[in-house]
Design a protein around this ligand. Structure first.
Ligand code: AKG
Length: 291
């Protein structure tokens, strides 16, 4: 679903927006099914939580980073409507994906409550510009229904926080809890929020509940004080070869792949990249390269 200008304006002006029905039904169903290669199904988890002690180690134990073993998950960060929204939010087509995480949470595994904080702390070495210069677009794609009971992200509309200095980036536990809004929405919804918006993870309020989401973050490329993940460090992970082979030129570009016309492309690199990624179509990169 293509986002409207009004939705993107809300993300900027209020600090966040939730768009229901962002994923089409088939894309959502295939991604949900692929989750069970990585995580226990809720029925299995709740039948014997003690069999999965790793989810109790910390709030962050359910994080898994891109790439994944299936295209059904790997294609989500590069969906054309998400990339289009990121281009418009960032005000440029020269963007990159700087973080992709899957996050599973199971009620009772750990207390998922957090104090309000701003996410920029580990997305930049400095601080965001609050006037709109060089925004980062951070997102959650909900892969399960998130009701009040399912540990929704809770966000404070910017009108309540504009006068609070950026530093410190975290408030004492409980502060602004009376002002926050729960991002409850059905599976397939997209939440976009700014890196300077106060928000928090919240705990489940009922047993036997679970929450699954993919977090995809975008920024204008070329500003090395910002970022989170170095994709070359993930290049040998399961799923990366298939992802790079199946992606379009534009989609690879979002991960920092050398573009057509780059002096990087020459007979030797075309030959050896083809060997590294069997089945890839390198014709767009070969155009204009002389033997
Ligand atoms: O999981 C959530 O709903 C929010 C988590 C969060 O804000 C964080 O860990 O920085």
């Amino acid at each position: 679903m293509r986002l409207t200008d009004a939705q993107l304006a809300e993300a900027w002006d209020r600090g966040f927006v939730v768009i229901e029905g962002f994923l089409d039904k088939a894309t959502l169903a295939e991604a949900q099914e692929a989750l069970w290669d990585l995580y226990p199904r809720p029925e299995a988890y709740f039948a014997d939580p003690g069999a999965y002690p790793k989810f109790s180690k910390s709030q962050f134990s359910g994080l898994r980073f891109f790439p994944y073993g299936s295209w059904a998950l790997n294609r989500l960060p590069v969906l054309s409507d998400l990339v289009d929204a990121a281009e418009r939010f960032c005000g440029t087509e020269a963007i990159e994906i700087y973080k992709v995480e899957l996050w599973a949470k199971y009620s009772g595994a750990v207390n998922y409550d957090q104090p309000h904080h701003r996410d920029f702390g580990n997305h930049t070495l400095v601080v965001p510009c609050t006037d709109g210069f060089l925004p980062q677009m951070t997102t959650f794609i909900l892969l399960s229904d998130v009701t009040e009971q399912d540990g929704p992200t809770k966000l404070v509309p910017l009108e309540h926080t504009r006068d609070i200095p950026l530093i410190p980036g975290q408030l004492p536990m409980g502060e602004l809890f009376d002002k926050d809004v729960a991002a409850t929405a059905p599976a397939g919804s997209l939440m976009i929020y700014r890196t300077d918006v106060m928000h928090r993870g919240s705990d489940f309020t009922a047993p036997g509940r679970s929450r699954f989401a993919m977090l995809v973050d975008f920024q204008a490329r070329g500003y090395p004080w910002r970022g989170k993940m170095a994709w070359p460090n993930h290049a040998e992970w399961k799923g990366m070869t298939e992802a790079m082979v199946r992606m379009s030129v534009r989609q690879r570009d979002l991960f920092g792949w050398p573009p057509p016309g780059s002096p990087y492309w020459r007979p030797q690199t075309l030959r050896d990249v083809a060997a590294r990624y069997p089945g890839i179509d390198l014709a767009p990169y070969a155009a204009g390269v002389s033997a």
